[in-house]
Structure formats: structure tokens, C-alpha cells
Design a protein around this ligand. Structure first.
Ligand code: SF4
Length: 353
């Protein structure tokens, strides 16, 4: 049986909704940008990025026409950079094939790069009031507790059941508000760990609350262990400049990094003969600067930071592999990932006369 949750959820939303900048617009482009930024990122983190991004790219067309490096720079620090690349790819497709408009149909939205079922449902319901659920981890948690679902939510038949409940729960009117009400509930009341059931508008309907153990739900499959990677990060300097490389790999693609060499697992110490990608120039010496660590979703980078000072009286040595010699100021104008933050601080120190 499907519970009637629309009325209490909408009444609660009218009373307690979070005041967020993307709540004050029906502009599909602005809603689209906010939903892409909110994928895998906390709302408090997104707000300043959202405001700055829209001041730089106020329309879909301005984003489509922007230089990709400028878009990545505006995204710097937010992580998951494929979101920014896909957002711009989709903006270019929309300007070319859809007259610069975001489609209303969630099935068409799903054909755009970077848009999955959650984002398609969120855009279609919030911007166009389509009765589509926007089911993410937060809503899965709310529904699994509400219906007392004790099977693992990662199993295909269980996730299909939750999708079905979510689709049948849509009110038909104020669909965007309904989805945003559930998002707020999952973010502020029905939180992971111990929920605040006393404040919940669905308290009287909730099976997990009746059972007395809402914190035990949802049941999820065990998390995979993160892969551990070791990298030598070599900071090449010469004549007041540092050498950066534009990444072509999928992870952090399009961003600028120092010279990275992946080391074999358990590589014991920094050695002048580092294995992995050879340096694009010959170096006489290396100085160990320290270590840094960065945790991605699926892997952890343990990094050894090394200074490679190059002495060349005839000018900057030529570099291969898409390298570029830059000043400290130029380095800060390029999009660089947070994983390089410690190395950037070292490079700044090394370049200071
Ligand atoms: S009553 Fe508690 S467990 Fe149930 S939906 Fe509300 S906050 Fe979540």
C-alpha cells in the first residue's frame, strides 16, 4: 500500500524549507547547474560555487561559448571535474540541437552527458513540475525507513521496489516542491545514523519508527576498500618558473598538475631513480619536500613531494608531454585539483625570491 505523504510533506515544506539561492528561481538552466553541483557534494559547499559560476556564466549560451579551461577554473575545489566537462558538453548540444532550451521530457534529458535518472527527475520536476521522482541516496534512506524495508537497497529488485514507491508517491501537483521537501527531510531530519523522528512530518506513518530502530536502515552492501596509490609529485623549477602538465587521463582530465609518476605498491622511499613516467628533462638532483594525501571516491593518493631544480643558463629547458613553464601567478590562474594543494604551496615557496 502506498502511504499518503504528499500533504504532510508539502505543509512541512511550506513551514520549514531551507532558504537556498537555487530555490528562488524557475530558470531551468540555473536549476540544472545547481543539480549537477549537488551531485556528491554538500549543499553548504555548493552555494558559493553556484553563485560564482552563474556570475561567470549567466546563461546556457555563455557556458557553451566559454573556454573549457575557464569553466574548469570556476569548478576548482568542487571536485568530480567530469561534471563540469559534461555540463559544458551538454550546454553545447542544447545550443546546437535544442535552440538553447533544456527539454522538459526526462527521457530526453537522460540523453545529455552527465544527466542520470536522479538529475533528470530533479530538473523535470523542479523546473517544469513534471511528476517524476528524484531518487538519490537521501530519498532511498527516507523511503526504506518509512516502509521498513529491511533488504539490502543495493539489490536490483529492492531498488526497483523503492523506485516504484517513489513514482507512485508523486502528488501530481507541486511535484518539484514535493521532491525538494523530501530532499530537505533527508538532509536535515531523516539523516544518516540517528534521525530526528520527533521533528518528522511523517512520524505517524513511519514503519521504522514504529519498529524502534530507524538508525538500522537502510541496509547497504559492504563498502569496497579504497585502492591505495603511491605517486611521486616532482616540482620542476627553473629561472623563477615551475613546470606544469595538462592531464589527459580520465581522472582530473583537463586539469593542470605537477609531474606525476605512479610508484609500485609499497615503494619504500624516494630514490634518485624513481620508476614510472620518466622526467621530460634530465635532472641533476632531487630534494625531498614531504608527503601529502588525497582521498578520492574510489582511491587514495599517497604522494611524495620532490623538488627538482634545473640549472640551465641558456634558458628554460624544452619540455614534452604537454608541459608548460609558468610563473607562480600563471600557476594560480590555471585550473588545478585540490589533490595538488600541498604541492602548490611548496611551489609558491620555492618560487618566492
Ligand atoms: S519518522 Fe524518523 S525514520 Fe521515519 S521518516 Fe521520519 S525521520 Fe525518518
Amino acid at each position: 500500500m502506498i502511504l499518503s505523504i504528499a500533504a504532510p510533506m508539502l505543509a512541512w515544506y511550506d513551514r520549514a524549507r531551507r532558504d537556498l539561492p537555487f530555490r528562488n528561481t524557475r530558470d531551468p538552466y540555473r536549476i540544472y547547474v545547481s543539480e549537477i553541483m549537488l551531485q556528491q557534494t554538500r549543499t553548504e559547499t555548493v552555494v558559493p560555487y553556484y553563485l560564482r559560476f552563474l556570475s561567470l556564466f549567466p546563461t546556457l549560451r555563455s557556458l557553451a561559448e566559454a573556454d573549457t579551461e575557464t569553466v574548469l577554473k570556476a569548478w576548482e575545489g568542487l571536485g568530480y571535474y567530469s561534471r563540469a566537462r559534461n555540463l559544458q558538453k551538454a550546454a553545447r548540444i542544447l545550443c546546437r540541437d535544442f535552440d538553447g532550451r533544456l527539454p522538459e521530457d526526462p527521457e530526453v534529458l537522460l540523453t545529455l552527458p552527465g544527466i542520470g535518472p536522479y538529475t533528470a527527475g530533479a530538473i523535470a520536476s523542479i523546473a517544469y513540475d513534471r511528476p517524476c521522482p528524484a531518487l538519490d541516496g537521501n530519498l532511498t534512506r527516507v523511503y526504506s525507513r518509512l516502509y521498513g524495508i529491511r533488504d539490502c537497497v543495493d539489490l536490483p529488485d529492492v531498488s526497483a521496489r523503492i523506485r516504484d514507491i517513489a513514482a507512485q508517491s508523486m502528488p501530481g501537483v507541486r511535484n518539484g516542491d514535493f521532491n525538494q521537501a523530501l530532499m530537505d527531510l533527508g538532509a536535515t531530519v531523516c539523516v544518516p545514523g540517528t534521525p530526528d523522528c520527533a521533528r518528522c512530518p511523517l512520524g505517524d506513518l513511519c514503519q521504522a519508527r514504529k519498529d524502534g530502530d530507524p538508525e538500522a536502515l537502510p541496509v547497504k552492501s559492504a563498502k569496497k576498500k579504497l585502492a591505495q596509490k603511491q605517486y611521486a609529485v616532482q616540482i620542476l623549477t627553473c629561472l623563477g618558473k615551475v613546470c606544469l602538465f595538462r592531464r589527459t587521463e580520465k581522472l582530473l582530465g583537463g586539469l593542470w598538475v605537477f609531474h606525476l609518476s605512479e610508484l609500485p605498491a609499497g615503494f619504500p622511499e624516494v630514490s634518485p631513480r624513481l620508476p614510472g613516467k620518466p622526467l621530460p628533462v634530465s635532472a641533476l638532483k632531487r630534494d625531498l619536500l614531504g608527503t601529502a594525501r588525497h582521498v578520492f571516491t574510489h582511491q587514495v593518493w599517497e604522494m611524495t613531494l620532490i623538488h627538482v631544480p634545473l640549472l640551465d643558463r641558456s634558458g628554460l629547458p624544452p619540455v614534452i608531454e604537454g608541459g608548460r613553464w609558468v610563473t607562480s601567478e600563471e600557476m594560480h590562474s590555471l585550473p588545478m585539483p585540490t589533490a595538488m594543494r600541498a604541492a602548490v604551496a611548496q611551489a609558491d615557496r620555492l618560487l618566492t625570491p
